[in-house]
Design a protein around this ligand. Structure first.
Ligand code: PMT
Length: 394
């Protein structure tokens, strides 16, 4: 994966170095192209050290008269972060008068991502707003700036979007497999919490990580995703993921049942509480008033409910198991809930809840067992997307 990273003259230029590190860590070969102002603000030597590639600041430094074409030829994407109003205006108009604008003008066959950063007055200027809209109309991806306090002391929109988010967008754009393009995928994740009073709840150890990795994988492969999550933590996800937050099993059920009709594939990785307390106290229960026993009532099984009216949707379930017959249990759940695919995973130790890895086996729609073993949750998410893509693209 070769990424041409444009650095322009914004106070956020230093964040380009952080983005570089993330891209290099993800395995990208990063080729910096810096405008004159960008090279004033962020040292080309630092970018050289971070990438191993000498930054291009002037095309005439290269002996080849076709340096801009040679640079772009095998690139996966051009990313301009931060992008100033000046560079945005030039790109919107197709002007090529320095190394970076010439490379952008030559990028007709590779995706281009702009992450604007500038003072709020410049960001809000009608000309800049028009130019950013032109970039989107030209098919470029714009990662819009966020509001906050700016380097110059002003408050308002113009601050570079978090580099983690820019990174997510770049990875979505450059991801090679697009076999779920424009498909609609619903994912659930996290562990539901069943309240006893405003302070206490019954919960489980699910961190929501598996759900985040599934949502990210589907989005990278081109899907529009809705992630219904009960996880507490926030992570950065690509722009094509909508996050629906819930707390309880009943809230997750309502959200999933309302959304389900619109979605072609549904993946239930959430650890939904099977029971909830029968009684809820609107006031915090005092220590002395704690009941000796808590009566529980069953929650409805969301996946079974969706499976009973499955139609031509692709349904993927997870089975969290601790016993000896993981495959048998998974097959039983697969049949009972009318699933196309089930992921059975061992929990109760490491790997399991909250870890980056998972010990899993996947049973596919033809009954075939893929004993995956211990892999990262992001790798498992790719395997799940492979299964879904085969069924949807049949
Ligand atoms: O979030 P992490 O920390 O990354 O952990 C990931 C995980 C261990 C939670 C995940 O890999 C996992 O195993 N999720 C399923 C947990 C679970 O509830 O398994 P189950 O065997 O009890 O349920 C079987 C299936 O029915 C699941 O798809 C579950 O979402 C669904 N279900 C269960 C109960 C219920 N009331 N409604 C449901 O839809």
């Amino acid at each position: 994966m070769k990424i041409i990273l444009g650095i322009t003259g914004s106070a956020a230029a230093y964040k380009g170095a952080e983005l570089t590190r993330m891209l290099v860590h993800a395995g990208a070969s990063v080729h910096p192209v810096m405008t004159r102002a960008g090279a004033e603000l962020l040292g080309p030597k630092l970018m050289h050290a971070l990438t191993g590639n000498r930054p291009v600041t002037d095309l005439f430094d290269d002996p080849s008269p076709y340096a801009h074409i040679e640079l772009i030829e095998d690139a996966s994407a051009v990313v301009v972060a931060p992008a100033t109003a000046n560079t945005i205006a030039k790109a919107a108009a197709g002007i090529a008068d320095d190394a970076l604008s010439t490379v952008i003008a030559a990028a007709s066959r590779v995706p281009v991502v702009f992450a604007p950063a500038m003072n709020v007055r410049m960001y809000e200027h009608t000309a800049n707003a028009r130019n950013m809209a032109s970039l989107e109309a030209l098919g470029y991806v714009v990662v819009h700036a966020e509001a906050g306090s700016l380097a110059c002391g002003d408050e308002g929109r113009g601050r570079l979007a978090p580099v983690e988010y820019v990174f997510e967008e770049v990875m979505r754009v450059v991801w090679p497999a697009k076999d779920l393009a424009r498909r609609k995928v619903l994912v659930t994740g996290g562990g539901t919490r069943e309240p006893l009073d405003p302070v206490r709840y019954l919960g489980n150890r699910s961190s929501g990580k598996m759900g985040y990795d599934l949502a990210r994988a589907a989005a990278r492969r081109g899907a529009f995703v809705n992630l219904v999550t009960a996880a507490e933590n926030d992570v950065y996800l690509p722009s094509t993921v909508t996050v629906t937050r819930v707390n309880t099993a009943e809230e997750m059920r309502e959200a999933a049942l309302e959304l389900a009709p619109e979605y072609e594939a549904i993946i239930m990785s959430a650890a939904v509480a099977d029971f909830r307390p029968a009684d809820y106290s609107a006031d915090k229960v005092k220590k002395g008033d704690m009941p000796a026993e808590v009566k529980l009532v069953p929650n409805q099984d969301i996946l079974a409910e969706i499976g009973s009216a499955k139609g031509d949707k692709v349904l993927v379930g997870f089975a969290a198991e601790t016993g000896n017959d993981i495959e048998g249990e998974a097959r039983r759940k697969m049949a009972a809930k009318h699933l196309d695919v089930i992921v059975a995973n061992r929990v109760g130790g490491e790997p399991g809840f909250g870890t980056d890895t998972i010990d899993a086996l996947v049973i596919g729609s033809d009954g075939r067992v893929n004993s995956v073993g211990v892999v990262s949750k992001s790798e498992l998410a790719e395997l799940v997307m492979d299964e879904i893509a085969v069924i949807l693209n049949k």
